[in-house]
Design a protein around this ligand. Structure first.
Ligand code: ZN
Ligand code: ZN
Length: 261
């Protein structure tokens, strides 16, 4: 796949990462017409098979702006080092990841008002429930495929640390709309949506896209990518595909650049 060399920033501990962080490549994927139908179709398959969980999480909400403040839209005092201009996702001084609701003296970056904590419902991909299928797939392809050592190490360490349900929805105005009633004012998180864009862009190119993407026995999918993106392509995207249970092609070879430190 020529599209795997993404450089969208991802901060695994940060539930509220903004879609605005994504690169132009990803924006193109999610705005083509097919992007909507395939992402939503995969969501429904996951949902109908019990792989989507609902849970509430606390988020900062600006009453004046009438919006939830994704990490980049709020600033305040770092709870770890007391730096006063920390962002909602990360402190520039100590470099630690922050949960926005833990900021001291938080301020909306758009209007400078003080946001309040509100509980909001979100959707989660039940990675622990899909993990046995993922492990079975990895056991096979680690032996039969070509995997760089760093790709194997990063993947194995994610699984060893324990997979947790992963939030796949965001309170943002643009992106692929979540089709589930009660959640239609939300969009899919970019790391759920963007890899499905690989499929959508193939489908945009040819009506025979299923010969590649729903042909797991005959297609050998190779991923070439930076090591930062390994878990999204070796754990999360494969779980999305396996959980959909729709005969999708899942990665068999992974060549990651960069040194594992
Ligand atoms: Zn700090
Ligand atoms: Zn505001």
């Amino acid at each position: 796949m020529a599209y795997m060399g993404m450089d969208a920033k991802e901060k695994p501990a940060d539930m509220m990462s903004s879609n605005l962080e994504t690169n132009m490549e990803t924006i193109i994927y999610v705005t083509i017409p097919f992007g909507y139908s395939i992402a939503q179709d995969i969501f429904w398959k996951l949902y109908n098979q019990g792989y989507i969980l609902k849970d509430s999480i606390d988020q900062l909400h600006c009453t004046a702006c009438d919006r939830f403040l994704a990490d980049r839209f709020v600033e305040g005092t770092c709870p770890l080092c007391t730096y006063e201009d920390a962002r909602g996702d990360q402190c520039d001084k100590c470099g630690k990841l922050i949960n926005a609701v833990d900021l001291g003296n938080p301020k909306c970056k758009l209007c400078k008002a003080t946001p309040v904590i509100k509980s909001t419902q979100h959707l989660f991909l039940d990675l622990p429930k899909i993990e046995p299928q993922l492990q079975k797939h990895l056991d096979k392809v680690f032996k039969s495929g070509t995997w760089t050592n760093n790709a194997k190490v990063i993947t194995s360490s994610w699984i060893r640390d324990g997979l947790k349900p992963r939030c796949i929805s965001r309170d943002l105005k643009w992106g692929t709309q979540v089709p589930l009633p009660g959640y239609t004012d939300k969009v899919f998180y970019v790391w759920f949506d963007a890899p499905i864009g690989y499929i959508s862009i193939t489908a945009n190119y040819t009506e025979h896209w299923e010969q590649w993407w729903k042909n797991p026995d005959k297609v050998d999918m190779y991923n070439f990518l930076g090591k930062d993106n390994v878990p999204f392509h070796s754990v999360i995207f494969p779980c999305t595909m396996l959980g959909a249970n729709d005969n999708y092609t899942v990665v068999k070879h992974m060549i990651a650049t960069g040194n594992y430190t």
